[in-house]
Design a protein around this ligand. Structure first.
Ligand SMILES: [Cu+2]
Length: 459
């Protein structure tokens, strides 16, 4: 069997679909990861059955759409667990094409990352078992890492919630998975492709919360809710506003931040998550949950658009208690720490597509290895005129600076927006999980075009 290095090298000379193969030692690494996944004392192994298949789904009430879902629904079932638990997920593919399952944001062994680099695709009719321990509390999600532009748009994604021992106490918890879907006049998912979609990424005019178009959320007056919000859309940036009322940010991609931050809006690039404390509201209020206009230099512009409506019902007593300190996050490096690597997000002229989206001037860039235990300080440089959400698999990073300015608070992230012509400096510490990893733009069409890099973590 050829090595993945060889494939990655040949990949960008092809002009057809890029096909990667897992490394020759993938089966041994998988078996080792499977056996090493043990729950912490007092914690458990949680079995999950997950099946991807075609379904009839009503994104819009009264309109039946042929969609793809996990366990017959969009989003798939919310997987809930506690830090130190082990998930054992028996995944079966009933789709008409190969797929796999990526555990977005989870610090799993490389062999369980669910990409085409670390496992063979799960063919139609096949089952693949993922098994890994959950080291971190937070709001995560799962989705295919194969033909993503189609498979996610068709409805394949779901939330994965991991709770810690010391969670803030709120009255109600909701998981809100935001997405948009492009439906044709007959109510079916519109055909894929075209220059605008390739450039902008695919956006749809049907805005979904938990698989339903613009639902009503009923909230009790006087209560404060925890909203775990996930942006599962292919390309849409969501500048989230709750009727302009203030709310608190409690956490981001990699769990709680150090202290709640009060804002009136928050930007979720694709694949981003935030945990919010929302409310209290007064009885009878009706509030629009909207994405405010965000211009990311696309060909098609969007206005402010509604995702849901909050309707405030009768008052209920509140037991919410949000501490002033949520946790401590030790800084990995100072904002002035010089970078040891530059990742350049760019475009390159293409005969087929006008432009390809690239990293360090090549499609599907093969980057240098990273040594476990050695601090990584990377400059992610956006040479283009569009925003790109940079996603690192399997490891959290801290944002040290954006164009030299430190961010307003410290956090753990696996996605960061890189604005046009901007430099975002990140720091991360690779722990000893050797194997093939990747980073990429999470606008799915840009990723598919080649805006990604492969690298190994070596012991
Ligand atoms: Cu991009």
């Amino acid at each position: 069997m050829e090595t993945h290095h060889h494939h990655a090298h040949t990949a960008h000379h092809h002009h057809g679909p890029v096909v990667h193969e897992p490394a020759a030692d993938a089966d041994a690494a998988y078996r080792r990861a499977f056996e090493d996944a043990r729950p912490d004392p007092g914690r458990r192994v949680i079995p999950v059955e997950l099946e991807a298949r075609e379904i009839d789904w009503q994104f819009v009430p009264g309109t039946t759409t042929r969609a793809w879902g996990y366990n017959g629904q969009v989003p798939g079932p919310t997987i809930e667990a506690h830090v130190g638990d082990v998930l054992e997920i028996r995944f079966t593919n009933r789709l008409p094409q190969p797929t796999n399952t990526h555990w977005h944001g989870l610090r799993v062994p490389a062999a369980m990352d669910g990409t085409e680099m670390v496992q063979r695709s799960v063919a139609p009719g096949e089952t693949f078992v993922y098994r890994f321990r959950l080291p971190d509390a937070g709001t995560f999600w799962y989705h295919p890492h194969s033909n993503e532009t189609v498979q996610l748009e068709m409805g394949l994604y779901g939330a994965l919630i991991v709770r810690g021992d010391d969670e803030p106490q709120l009255d109600v918890e909701r998981v809100l998975v935001l997405d948009d879907v492009r439906l044709d006049p007959s109510g079916q998912v519109a055909s894929f492709g075209g220059i605008v979609e390739h450039h902008d990424g695919r956006e749809g005019d049907t805005r979904l919360v938990n698989g339903k178009a613009e639902p009503v959320l009923t909230v009790a007056a006087g209560q404060i809710e925890r909203w775990r919000v996930i942006n599962a859309s292919s390309a849409r940036y969501i500048r989230l506003s709750i009727g302009g009322t203030p709310f608190k940010i409690l956490g981001t991609d990699g769990g709680l931040i150090e202290a709640p931050v009060t804002v009136t809006e928050v930007l979720l690039a694709t694949a981003d998550r935030v945990d919010l404390a929302v409310g209290p509201f007064g009885e009878g209020q009706e509030i629009a949950v909207e994405a405010l206009q965000y211009l990311r230099r696309t060909i098609r512009k969007r206005k402010t658009e509604r995702f849901a409506t909050v309707r405030v019902g009768a008052a209920q007593p509140s037991r919410a208690r949000i501490p002033e300190r949520l946790r401590t996050i030790a800084p990995l490096a100072s904002p002035s720490t010089p970078p040891n690597r530059t990742v350049e997000l760019g475009v390159k002229l293409s005969l087929r597509r006008m432009v390809d989206f690239v990293v360090n001037r090549e499609r599907h860039h093969q980057d240098k290895p990273v040594k476990a235990g050695e601090l990584q300080v990377w400059d992610v440089v956006n040479k283009t005129l569009m925003d790109h959400p940079f996603h690192l698999h399997g490891f959290f990073f801290q944002v040290l600076s954006v164009n030299g300015e430190p961010p307003p608070w410290r956090s753990w992230e696996d996605v960061v927006n890189v604005p046009p012509r901007a430099t975002v400096r990140i720091a991360w510490l690779p722990d000893n999980r050797p194997g093939s990893w990747m980073y990429h733009c999470h606008i799915l069409e840009h990723h598919a075009s080649g805006m990604m890099g492969h690298f190994d973590v070596v012991s």
